[in-house]
Write a protein that binds this ligand. Structure first.
Ligand SMILES: Cc1cc2nc3c(=O)[nH]c(=O)nc-3n(C[C@H](O)[C@H](O)[C@H](O)COP(=O)(O)OP(=O)(O)OC[C@H]3O[C@@H](n4cnc5c(N)ncnc54)[C@H](O)[C@@H]3O)c2cc1C
Ligand code: SF4
Length: 522
């Protein structure tokens, strides 16, 4: 007998995990399919050797780049998805990010919703992920109330740098961070292995701990791990998904559902739709626009390490400062440049993965004096930057960076700022087009079915019972970390599903779903 669930959520990361949490208080039967397993709480969680040299938690999968060369994507398949390893910097987009903005290389398109539509959901997402911050200090901050928790104070060494930045006329602000029970028993200890590591104490705000586990404790929610969705199967007309084909323990099975929420991450969700092509959807499911997989974005990101040979860096938790003075307009320039944030401490082993022939002791001496920063600029959605699937469903990522001049200028401004703050040397490193950490945009949302894949509530224009709530929906990448926006939109879509699809009152009589409504414009 085939199984049937009211709602099947595929993927348990920022989008899927948050969605599961938001729908779990309904009476719908919910299945979460997750291709990975739980990340165990173990010593290796905090071992730079295990995480960076042995890449213990990273998928062993290989993708192809634009040139057809294999690479191992920096992505994680597990309960909680990439949130398990994120730095937990949880930003709201700026109000301007929702509008069309002119950049050096062209226009960053407007979103089909404005900041005000997402604001209440940002607030809910910040509560769910227990974000710490301080409002009123960031010149680009959109209208908002206070954060649920106070900002993490700067350590002494960072406080001195912040003071120096202020003297330069900049406006450094506390980074909004999702950390649980800081300083309390069993809470976050503000260690130096947070960004890119899983938290051994389960004290980081991520989807596994904050959303998936609480949801899976409900009797109506089933979490199935090591279960990879391989295809979505539709009815003959192609207007409804009937089932998902799932690979588990080397076997394929079919699970039927009434409503499907795809949330595999921007690359994998596009790949799943492309692999689900059938007679009614010859070029991939929900692809009448031809946009499935296209307009891939991932930010232009550069790590910068600032040194003064006479300054030992004793800071343990360094990731507390943001600088947004160049976000909307570069100093004296016409175009936006991007965002600067301090990063977690680089470990010698991490640094050695970049240039392996330099001995570890040299790196140890180096990183002991380094202060780490991440510089991020928006990349624009380009038709030819895309995800495709080749033979055997293998993923190929075609990406040519754009807006590079803005990013170079931001790096130059950051270098200048750090030199003025007393650092002698600034070293830069970027993974370039293979950096998939902030992947987004492959199934963009919009009002016009010819120009977008999803509607403003992330429902596929072409398939009435299919929603996508991961980073795919972004029409533009903005220049702050994407996680909170993914979570906020998932909460918004969950509310919409509850209001339009779920018929709680008649659940006992059988169907929990309303009759599909042809006039379902938001
Ligand atoms: C090291 C690192 C640091 C980061 N730091 C930050 C940060 O500080 N702040 C921030 O906002 N963002 C950060 N990010 C980015 C952030 O993690 C992602 O933007 C976010 O997790 C994306 O959410 P998502 O729902 O789109 O995908 P994910 O969170 O990646 O979730 C996708 C899920 O789908 C599962 N899946 C994939 N394919 C299938 C399939 N076929 N069947 C079943 N399951 C499937 C995956 O296993 C995964 O669990 C960071 C990312 C990394 C890697
Ligand atoms: S203890 Fe705090 S800083 Fe360390 S990994 Fe956990 S959440 Fe991050």
């Amino acid at each position: 007998m085939t199984e049937h669930y009211d709602i099947i959520i595929i993927g348990s990361g920022a989008g899927g995990g948050t969605m599961a949490h938001a729908l779990s208080d309904s009476s719908a039967s919910i299945l979460i399919l997750e291709r990975g397993d739980f990340v165990p709480q173990e010593e290796e969680n905090w071992s730079p050797e295990a995480v960076w040299r042995n890449r213990r938690y990273q998928t062993p999968e290989r993708w192809l780049d634009s040139g057809g060369n294999e690479f191992r994507p920096y992505t994680h398949y597990c309960v909680g998805g990439n949130t398990k390893f994120w730095g937990s910097v949880l930003y709201r987009l700026r109000r301007e990010d929702f509008q069309a903005v002119e950049h050096v290389d062209g226009i960053s398109p407007a979103w089909p919703i404005d900041y005000d539509a997402l604001e209440p959901y940002y607030e809910r997402a910040e509560r769910l992920y227990q974000v710490r911050g301080q409002n009123g200090m960031d010149p680009t901050e959109p209208p908002r109330g206070p954060f649920p928790h106070q900002a993490v104070p700067h350590a002494d060494g960072m406080a001195r740098i912040v003071e120096s930045l202020r003297q330069q006329g900049l406006h450094p602000s506390p980074l909004p961070l999702g950390l649980l029970r800081v300083g309390e028993q069993d809470g976050c200890i503000l260690c130096n292995t947070c960004n890119s590591f899983a938290c051994r104490l389960h004290a980081k705000s991520e989807a596994d701990v904050c959303a998936v586990r609480p949801a899976a404790r409900r009797p109506n929610v089933t979490l199935r791990t090591n279960a990879r969705a391989t295809r979505l199967l539709t009815d003959q007309t192609g207007s409804r998904v009937l089932a998902v084909e799932v690979e588990q323990n080397g076997k394929l099975a079919r699970v039927d559902g009434s409503l499907f929420v795809v949330s595999c991450g921007a690359v994998n969700s596009a790949a799943l739709l492309l692999r689900s092509a059938n007679a009614a959807h010859r070029h991939g499911l929900a692809n009448s626009s031809g946009l499935v997989g296209r307009r891939y974005m991932a930010h232009l990101a550069t790590m910068m390490q600032a040194f003064n040979p006479f300054r030992w860096n004793s800071v343990v938790f360094q990731k507390t400062v943001a600088i947004n003075d160049f976000y909307l307009r570069g100093a004296g320039r016409k175009y936006p440049l991007g965002h600067i944030q301090s990063q977690g401490r680089t470990h010698a082993v991490m640094a050695q993965t970049v240039v392996p022939w330099i001995p570890l002791w040299a790196y140890q001496a180096w990183v002991a004096r380094g202060v780490d920063w991440l510089v991020m600029s928006e990349d624009l959605p380009r038709f030819d930057n895309r995800v495709t699937v080749g033979a055997g469903g293998r993923i190929q990522l075609h990406y040519r960076p754009n807006n590079v001049a803005a990013h170079r200028t931001l790096i130059w401004e950051t270098e200048r700022m750090l030199r003025r703050a007393g650092f002698w040397v600034v070293v830069k490193h970027s993974h370039g087009g293979r950096n998939t950490t902030h992947q987004c945009g492959t199934l963009c949302f919009g009002t016009d079915p010819r120009e977008s894949v999803l509607d403003p509530y992330c429902r596929a224009h072409d398939v009435e019972n299919l929603f996508v709530v991961d980073a795919s929906f972004f029409p533009s990448s903005a220049a702050v970390n994407p996680g909170l926006t993914i979570a906020a939109q998932a909460l918004r879509v969950a509310d919409h599903i509850k209001a339009t699809e779920l018929r709680e009152s008649v659940a006992v009589q059988g169907s929990r779903f309303r009759t599909p409504n042809p006039n379902r414009e938001p």
